[in-house]
Design a protein around this ligand. Sequence first.
Ligand code: F0G
Length: 464
Amino acid sequence: MKTIVEPFRIKTVEPLRMTTRQERQEILERADWNLFRIPAQEILIDLLTDSGTGAMSSEQWAGLMRGDESYAGADSWYRFRDRVRELTGFQHIIPTHQGRAAERILFSCLGVGGKVVISNTHFDTTRANVEFAGGRALDLPTSEALNPSEEHPFKGNFDLPALEQALDAEAGRVACVIATITNNSGGGQPASMENLRAVQALCRRSGVPFYLDACRFAENAYFIKLREPGFADRSVESIARETFALADGATFSAKKDGLANIGGFLGTNDDHLAQQQRELLILTEGFPTYGGLAGRDLDAIAVGLREVVSEDYLRYRLASVRYLGEGLVGVGMPIVQPPGGHAIYIDAGAFLPHIPAAEFPAQALACAFYVEGGVRGVEIGSLMFGGGPEGEEPATAALELLRLAMPRRVYTKSHIDYVIEVAALVVESARSLSGFKIVEQPRHLRHFTARLAPAAAPTTASRS
Ligand code: F0G
């Protein structure tokens, strides 16, 4: 069957508000051409992120009612801990309010100060937490990952020779190696079991702990099932377990493959480290049987972690993302190939060659998607990663991408068809699109709050 059948039916609906092109132009201007500044009510299809934006199942809502809000030792905690343990095999499970809290606790307790953390590609909060703890974040993705148009089944892999070299060159100074599965910043691409096994072996040889940033572990496991020889007959659950078994610990954001709106955890087998992590947890997140979460959240995650390994769900999930990617290519948009697990990344640098990186082509594309159809994506390019130190020329990013991330179980095939139609309109107007300049920006993570203006417009005074 060619038709993608969403493996669920709809019980509760949320109305979407329609706006006109003229209204959207005014809304965008009021938001200073930064889509983070637009109220969600003014968006028709919100593809800003797949994080915390998924729809919960009726079983998860039932879990909310079962939630036990006891401060210590709640039933919800045991249900959460047991499911996480069953899936990951880690002895110690530390609940956190989201992924970055797990990262902060991990890097504080590992003592990364003055040391290096190596990844296939650090997600931006992971990198920021390494640096905040005084460490250096080093990315060693496989070379195929750097070429958007190159097809490769596992572009989330590590560059193994480079990793081996770095472990030798930095001997004694590597705090840990962390594999991001799937590799979000690299296009939502999976890492193969073979590659992860080799990373584990290199880490063992060097006495360096190996961690997973496992936010999208189920999507990664399903890619392994589909693409890696020897896994076709294995269940996603067993592939996921084998992946976790390679690692000494993991950080996890339940806002992705936990199918929940909030939550996360940190897992480890190291008794001493777990003790330190719990002490820090109590200081900043909460008691070790709830972390920063309500009991009902723990229940929603426990159920979500069962539902996410369903192959009916994952088949639909990956097929929908691929359908969006193929649709965009069909109307003439270059994308990072092959489509990833949770998002499509449009190569705005290639699509809008007349807009220089310093004028943010991916932001121009993001604004065009909003004006033409009320679709919101996120710029992953020089607005997000560029910006040199004050007084210096602004640095630009390696790639100028627009990410359209798919919330889980939220939009139907008609919604995706609509996004593809919007893309076709954007293609028609591509030559007339122009770039942007920054009018006002904060010191850190500027893309969230910066105010922009069309590059061609006369400079207005900074409002900071
Ligand atoms: N690691 C990866 C690979 C992520 O994609 C994210 C979040 C985190 C860690 C942090 O988790 O948000 O729960 O604190 N990614 C979101 C995104 C924000 O839009 O890609 P968190």
